[in-house]
Design a protein. Structure first.
Length: 338
């Protein structure tokens, strides 16, 4: 299967490309390198002995997309490309709506013109807003508390309307919880540009000496230790979820929605403790004020994905922290620039 992977040089996209190649699929990577580096391609090749075709460009550039589709017999698209920092989205909502919403619509237009009807969309558990209860199932009400979350929800709503108008299309919405971890080789991992927005890369950068201390935002939530509880999922499990979606739903016309999570929640301090044990390094942290929009706890009910996609997360928190440390300790500055 030849699959166009937008944002394929990014954290989740690159790991998915590795899993695809190992499963006999052919990823075709499209990325503008806004938040990733071209050296990722070398790491994919080193792990798989395959160097995927790579096109540097933007999903909002229709002529560029048309040329990529014309050059490749694409059977399906996995759409990762998008801006993803909550705080940045509040400061730059125009960029988020333009890139995430407008870019997705241009991509689907190009797919339609090329006769490609299968799309896997990288969505997020942020579309559930502040859930009334946990665990979260796919039929929970959706809402959003920031422009990033609204952009994901808008794309979901647009894709729902598009699939209704073009019933021959197969559109799968994968709602991720909290991706962490790295490839077990230690050669690929999360490499955020600038100050990390997510917990695990910040913890690992403190442990490796790049950051002085982790800010824990709030310790007075009604949780096991007062800190926020989230469903952390290993990035390789998440990548495998995309392959399962392609294999089991990619050719079935309709709209398909799945949570990708473990079904278990871990607090911030539990993750700090697990990382300290995995690395042998005490992670310095300090308590800071709660962040606006943060919720106390959020974790998935992944039963639907298990039943319909024959997929479930296999990696433990210990695996996630050990693999993250292996990546960060051997690549303290992340990927090389070229």
């Amino acid at each position: 299967m030849r699959v166009l992977v937008t944002g394929g040089m990014g954290y989740i996209g690159s790991h998915t490309c590795v899993q695809m190649i190992e499963a006999g699929m052919t990823p075709i990577i499209l990325d503008n390198l806004y938040n990733s580096k071209s050296s990722v391609l070398d790491r994919i090749e080193a792990l798989t002995n395959v160097r995927p075709a790579f096109y540097q460009g933007d999903i909002r550039d229709r002529a560029f997309l048309d040329a990529v589709f014309k050059e490749n017999d694409v059977e399906a698209v996995i759409h990762f490309a998008g801006l993803k920092a909550v705080g940045e989205s509040v400061e730059k909502p125009l960029e988020y709506y333009d890139n995430n919403v407008h870019g997705s619509l241009v991509l689907v237009e190009a797919m339609r013109a090329a006769g490609v009807n299968s799309l896997i969309f990288s969505s997020s558990a942020t579309v559930y807003g502040d859930p009334a209860s946990v665990p979260i199932t796919e039929d929970f009400p959706t809402s959003a508390t920031n422009p990033y979350g609204r952009s994901k929800l808008m794309v979901e709503e647009c894709l729902t309307d598009i699939q209704h108008a073009y019933p021959e299309m197969s559109i799968t919405l994968l709602r991720y919880f909290n991706p962490v971890g790295s490839h077990q080789s230690g050669t690929m991992g999360e490499d955020p540009q600038g100050i990390p927005n997510n917990l695990m890369p910040f913890i690992s950068q403190v442990a490796v000496g790049r950051r002085e201390s982790l800010a824990v935002f709030g310790n007075d939530y009604p949780t096991v230790d007062g800190t926020g509880v989230r469903d952390y999922i290993h990035v390789v499990d998440l990548a495998d979820g995309h392959l399962a979606a392609l294999n089991y739903k990619g050719k079935d016309a309709g709209l398909h929605i799945y949570n990708l999570g473990t079904g278990n929640g871990s607090s911030v301090l539990e993750m700090v403790d697990a990382f300290s044990k995995a690395s042998g390094v005490e992670v310095k942290y300090h308590i800071a004020d709660r962040r606006p929009g943060d919720i106390a706890e959020c974790w998935a009910d992944p039963a639907k994905a298990k039943a319909e996609l024959h997929w479930e997360a296999k990696h433990t928190v210990e695996d996630m922290t050990a693999d993250t440390w292996r990546w960060q300790s051997t690549n303290p500055s992340g990927y090389p620039d070229a």
